[in-house]
Design a protein around this ligand. Structure first.
Ligand SMILES: Nc1ncnc2c1ncn2[C@@H]1O[C@H](COP(=O)(O)OP(=O)(O)O)[C@@H](O)[C@H]1O
Ligand SMILES: [Mg+2]
Length: 240
């Protein structure tokens, strides 16, 4: 379980995330939806320990983690993978060498890296693109490379920040299907931030609706789609 309790994050006088409490069950695909500027990326950075909250607590498996420093912080961060809208890949490296990067950082031997990269390429179904330059890859293929890289060191949690927002609808569906498949295969917990309701509908079990930094509604996806209570959720669903 990943828990946030009364988390607030400010940038100067701007309150980006305000008094957010959430519980993400292990093995769930948990969606966070909200309009641009709602605080989704900030919330994800706090959850993934890239930024510290100004108030409140982040807990993994009941242990407080937002106060960790040094090796303990790095150890926690190694249990998380992240993917982004713009992929954040190295354009100077081919597909395989992008995927190998976290394995290099972790000090894995050349032979073991090679084997693991091959395994990961198979996992994300782009074995034929092993030596492709980045400019030779489509958006969907780049996101597959990014997913493979994020999973290279066997994280427990995958954080996705608008991972399908730059992709066409068909590619979006294929990437979401892959994430769902990987979640089941690897027992991942997935936290998925998006402004697209169809993304939530496609793969999330739970969702939190964020509006101006606050969670205005949270629960099982079916329930919120059937009977949205908040103005923000109704707007997202176009039912007001
Ligand atoms: N590093 C930062 N410095 C200053 N303001 C920021 C920073 N990051 C985000 N913000 C502000 O915090 C608010 C929430 O941003 P963000 O979390 O990126 O929203 P979203 O991902 O939902 O679009 C916005 O008003 C944004 O301008
Ligand atoms: Mg964002």
């Amino acid at each position: 379980m990943i828990e946030l309790e009364s988390v607030t994050k400010r940038y100067g006088s701007l309150v980006a995330v305000e008094d957010v409490s959430l519980a993400v069950p292990d093995g769930s695909i948990f969606g966070v939806i909200g309009k641009s500027g709602a605080g989704k990326s900030t919330l994800l950075r706090v959850m993934s320990l890239l930024e510290r909250p100004d108030a409140g607590e982040v807990r993994y498996g009941g242990e407080r983690v937002d106060t960790l420093i040094g090796a303990a912080l790095l150890g926690q961060r190694r249990k998380m993978g992240m993917i982004f809208q713009n992929f954040n890949l190295f354009s100077s490296r081919n597909a395989a060498n992008n995927i190998a990067y976290p394995l290099e950082i972790a000090g894995i031997s050349h032979a073991d890296r090679e084997a693991r990269v091959n395994e990961l390429l198979e996992l994300v179904q782009i074995a034929d693109k092993k030596t492709a330059r980045l400019r030779e890859l489509s958006g969907g293929q780049k996101q597959r490379v990014a997913i493979a890289r994020a999973l290279a060191v066997n994280p427990e949690t995958l954080y996705c920040d608008e991972a399908t927002s730059a992709l066409d609808p068909q590619t979006t569906r294929s990437i979401l299907a892959l994430i769902k498949d990987l979640q089941a295969k690897l027992g991942l917990t997935v936290v998925l931030v998006t402004h697209q309701m169809e993304v939530i509908r496609a793969i999330c079990s739970h969702v939190a609706v964020l509006d101006s930094g606050r969670v205005v509604e949270t629960g099982e996806v079916g329930r919120i789609f059937d009977a949205p209570q908040s103005k923000a959720a109704k707007e997202m669903l176009n039912v007001c």
